[in-house]
Design a protein around this ligand. Structure first.
Ligand SMILES: [Zn+2]
Length: 543
């Protein structure tokens, strides 16, 4: 049904114009507005899955770019040789340890939790109003009740009279456990657990008799999320934030978090409740990702690195894109298409990466010298004195001279082009690389070819000495999550993978901006539970 009032209609209907209308006209207008409002409410609940709206275009995180046969695992002759094999070795080692150890009891615990949890879920699904009194899903809490909140409307939607508690009749409610930060001045372990009863119901306006009904807020269905975003929850926003902190920053398993909360705060939460909290937080921050992607696409310099990430039985790649103020993690295939999809067509900045072949299509690229130096050092210390030793030493000497010149140029006045100053030595070095690219010694041959293949990217820093020499920024960012992966063996489902990438991005971006992520995360969750938009990511506190 089309709307009755068009934009030009609304522009004419100023408060002055409305005042001029007679009573019958006002009534007619009001009924037209109410019809439009009903229509809009119906439309709001519509999604591409229950209507004829076209599904939105492929999201940036979609699993695009599955490598063609043979492309995956193509290391490029210059990829750090040991990276992939060493990592997969570590993962399987952990998985052996795990299957013999805790995982049995974890699984048992999980199923017990699930049965306990589903009771709360059932009650949650009941329509507000049908179930007077309390839901029983906090029967395991030892906490005393710390408060009661009656949700009454602020003012009457008809006559604007202020509503009061006297006319409120509770119809439904739930309990929330949460934490409050106390002792902000420091020196106090600042957490106070709270246990609050939330009541919803009807309030009759004392002036006009209109009946208002309150119910917990929620965000309507967003594909493909299964977890609901709603205030009808046992775990409050700050406690969810604390759980995400313990899981992602402290890298604690759900079992450990459960133990921590139980012993230190007297809060008993099942591991499936903890997992649900983390998923809900992931869904809550999803709208922020678009902004992060835009920041990366607009950046003058992006460091990129990637590492293996298991999702169930599939081996995916955790990509890190990091700038001065934004950090984005995405998990997907290791392919050019995936990379292009994240960077978009408009990316014009410098890209710092290692020598993986996928990066080579991009013209404005920097190469991490740390990898080259490490390989050259290995050759120089090798027992092969015919090829490896002389080539390794030549590379080390040349790079050391260039680094000294780069450091000096950073101190001195801008404008000196080191590529011109070193043109002769670069030409000599190229001849050397061409000679050793036919060497019998494999690692010597590979390093010589790596220089030739990535020639422009490796020397780009000579023309722009203020650009970085290494990819440490991205490698350090990934290191934290590599340890998390070893502890957790990656993620189990696409949804879990998505939650991981979203939360890791928001947490590390806040940290880069010198913002405390945890109150912010709680605020995002509280807003999204009420059906409001997520507050934008704070700008850097450093600038
Ligand atoms: Zn009223």
């Amino acid at each position: 049904m089309p709307l009755k009032l068009s934009i030009p209609d609304l522009e004419q209907l100023t408060p002055e114009r409305v005042r001029e209308l007679d009573c019958a006209q006002k009534e007619q207008l009001l009924n037209n507005i109410l019809d439009d409002l009903r229509e809009l409410h119906d439309r709001l609940n519509r999604t591409p899955w229950n209507s004829s709206c076209p599904p939105s275009s492929q999201p940036v995180w979609g699993r695009v770019g599955k490598p063609k046969e043979g492309e995956e695992g193509e290391k490029g002759e210059d990829k750090e040789e040991n990276k992939t094999s060493a990592e997969s070795g570590e993962v399987s080692e952990t998985s052996n340890e795990k299957s013999g150890g805790e995982s049995g009891s974890e699984a048992k615990e999980q199923s017990e939790d699930e049965s306990g949890f589903s009771r709360a879920e059932e009650e949650k699904d009941k329509k507000p109003g049908r179930q007077p009194g309390m839901v029983g899903h906090s029967r395991n809490q030892n906490l005393p009740m710390t408060g009661e909140v009656k949700h009454i409307p602020g003012e009457c939607v008809v006559c604007r009279a202020t509503q009061s508690e006297e006319n409120f009749v509770a119809e439904t409610g739930h309990l929330t456990v949460d934490v409050e930060r106390v002792g902000e001045s420091g020196g106090v372990l600042g957490l106070q657990a709270t246990h609050v009863k939330h009541l919803y119901g009807k309030t009759t306006c004392p002036a006009c008799g209109h009946v208002h009904r309150t119910e917990p807020g929620r965000t309507s269905k967003e594909e493909p999320w299964e977890v609901e975003l709603t205030e009808w929850r046992l775990v409050g926003p700050m406690l969810v934030s604390l759980i995400v902190f313990l899981h992602f920053r402290m890298r604690l398993s759900y079992r450990r978090i459960q133990e921590f909360l139980d012993i230190w705060l007297g809060l008993y939460l099942s591991t499936s409740t903890l997992s649900q909290c983390v998923h809900e937080a992931g869904r809550a921050v999803e709208p922020l990702e678009e902004e992060l992607v835009e920041d990366i696409q607009k950046a003058a310099l992006v460091h990129i690195d990637e590492t293996g990430w298991p999702e169930g039985k599939e081996v995916l790649w955790l990509w890190c894109f990091i700038t001065v103020t934004t950090c984005l993690y995405m998990i997907g295939y290791r392919s050019r298409e995936f990379l292009e999809n994240v960077l978009g067509e408009m990316f014009l900045g410098w890209m710092m990466s290692d020598g993986y072949r996928t990066y080579r299509f991009y013209p404005q690229r920097l190469r991490c010298w740390a990898h080259l130096l490490r390989k050259a050092r290995g050759l120089a210390q090798s027992s092969n004195s015919a090829e490896a030793k002389p080539f390794g030493k030549a590379v080390l000497t040349f790079l050391a001279d260039l680094m000294a010149a780069i450091y000096a140029a950073r101190e001195g006045p801008p404008g000196e082009n080191l590529k011109e100053r070193f043109a002769d030595r670069l030409a000599d070095f190229k001849v050397l690389c061409e000679r050793y690219s036919q060497a019998d010694h494999e690692k010597t041959r590979l390093l010589a070819r790596e220089f030739l293949n990535d020639w422009d990217a490796i020397w780009a820093v000579l023309e722009n000495p203020d650009l970085p020499l290494t990819n440490n920024t991205a490698e350090q960012a990934l290191r934290h999550w590599v340890i998390a992966r070893l502890l957790s063996q990656g993620t189990r489902t696409p949804q879990g993978t998505r939650v991981f990438g979203l939360l890791a991005s928001v947490i590390d971006t806040c940290r880069l901006r010198n913002i405390n992520p945890w109150p912010y995360l709680a605020e995002v969750l509280a807003n999204r539970r009420q059906g409001k938009e997520a507050p934008p990511l704070p700008v850097s506190a450093l600038s």
